[in-house]
Design a protein around this ligand. Structure first.
Ligand code: SF4
Length: 113
């Protein structure tokens, strides 16, 4: 994955939003089933995420300033899945599979032990 804020090193990918890794894992796993809403949005906005003849999706809103140090999920203002908890604290980094991790309340709820 390359693009807005995705960085590709070998087959490992780190999806970065506002200077923070929000998901990491193998390129294959993330493209097949992204765990973080921002990674999902990025993939939906590429030609790989759209069917021929359809408009590419966009992620509504704009990223916050890089100078801001959010105390909560910095993607929350743009996320369709935002919950009250997302606004209260920075989501923890959670293992979502072998060699995969995401920083999202949804991942915490689904995978935290
Ligand atoms: S922590 Fe909440 S607001 Fe942030 S990406 Fe996950 S669901 Fe969306």
């Amino acid at each position: 994955m390359r693009g807005e804020q995705g960085e590709c090193v070998g087959d490992r990918v780190a999806v970065i939003y506002v200077g923070q890794i929000v998901e990491q894992g193998s390129l294959r796993d993330i493209v097949r089933s992204p765990a973080h809403p921002y990674a999902k949005g990025l993939l939906a906005s590429t030609i790989h995420g759209a069917k021929r003849g359809q408009r590419l999706e966009t992620i509504p809103g704009t990223p916050p300033s890089l100078g801001e140090k959010p105390h909560n999920c910095s993607f929350a203002p743009r996320c369709a899945m935002t919950q009250p908890r997302c606004l209260e604290q920075l989501p923890a980094k959670v293992e979502v599979g072998p060699g995969r991790a995401a920083r999202c309340v949804l991942a915490e709820q689904a995978f935290a032990r």
